[in-house]
Write a protein that binds this ligand. Structure first.
Ligand code: ASP
Length: 293
């Protein structure tokens, strides 16, 4: 059993890094506890991501990055290794976008049931199921400051970092993935990143593996990164070798900047980034949590 969590690729300052990494450790621990309780890799990945959606330090849920209009538009997805999935994009503020994605997964499989919903329609769908819309209280001073810096041309490509994701392995061949983000700082309203797109930012397949990506969404989308690295892990029989090879392709073919985590159905993990930092942590049954960045 294991849960591997990332807190976003980017450049976290040396002052914030210890707290940023520690949060990933706590999230991985929360995910592992859930895994022990229910035995479900999906429950574990969802719990780990929900933990970080609550923490204002990350670009997901509370503290999420703002659009050019100063609004919150969330993207999130969950996927289970039997190819069940649920995703939301351009979602207005709700405390836990990942839980809405999970409800889409749970209701999926019926004829006509959607896998992915976006914008006001997704909000209505969620409200009809008891989710309570949130408001500007989810916008932090830090998010406002980053938008101001972006407007002043000080945030480079407008990339926040701090997207959160998790992959989990139940110890018996099943995997799951979850990703949640506010997207890039100053994104145009309506822009959809990689995180909610199955096969790009989020992927899980019990035949190959589960992956959650972070970084410039446009590059991740064009490469179909999450599915690609899992397929490669199966072909190579080595998760870290697959991650290393995919990072080269990501950098060279689409000029990508970011990182990703993966776990295979036999419990191997892979971690790669070409950014200055990508906070992460892995919690394994019977072992101490291992963190890194
Ligand atoms: N991948 C996210 C997006 O493009 C941003 C990030 O990971 O920082 O929306």
């Amino acid at each position: 059993m294991l849960v591997l969590v990332h807190g976003g690729a980017g450049r976290v300052t040396p002052e914030s890094l210890p707290e940023h990494v520690a949060g990933c450790g706590e999230a991985a621990t929360a995910g592992l506890e859930k895994l022990r309780e229910t035995g479900s890799a999906l429950d574990a990945a969802q719990a780990a991501v929900a933990y970080l959606e609550t923490a204002p330090l990350y670009n997901a849920g509370t503290g999420g990055s703002l659009t050019a209009d100063g609004t919150l538009e969330f993207d999130a997805a969950v996927m289970r290794g039997d190819l069940a999935a649920g995703a939301v994009s351009g979602l207005p503020p709700f405390e836990h976008p990942i839980d809405i994605a999970r409800m889409l997964l749970d209701e999926g499989g019926r004829a006509g049931a959607p896998v992915m919903m976006g914008g006001p329609g997704a909000a209505r769908w969620a409200e009809a199921r008891g989710f309570v819309p949130a408001g500007d209280e989810m916008i932090t001073d830090r998010a406002r400051e980053r938008l101001a810096a972006w407007r002043a041309g000080q945030v480079g490509e407008g990339w926040a970092g701090g997207t959160v994701g998790a992959v989990a392995w139940d110890g018996a061949g099943s995997v799951a993935a979850a990703t949640s983000t506010g997207g890039t700082v100053g994104k145009p309203p309506g822009r959809i990143g990689d995180s909610p797109i199955l096969g790009a930012g989020t992927w899980a397949d019990d035949r190959t593996g589960a992956c959650s990506a972070t970084g410039i969404g446009e590059a991740i989308l064009r490469l179909g990164l999450a599915r690609g690295v899992c397929d490669r892990a199966r072909a190579l029989g080595d998760a870290q070798a697959a991650a290393d090879a995919m990072l080269v392709e990501f950098t060279d073919r689409v000029g990508g900047s970011g990182g990703f985590i993966l776990v295979t159905p036999d419990g191997q993990v892979g971690i790669a980034r070409n950014t200055a930092t990508m906070s992460h942590a892995v919690a394994r049954d019977g072992a101490a949590v291992v963190t890194g960045h």
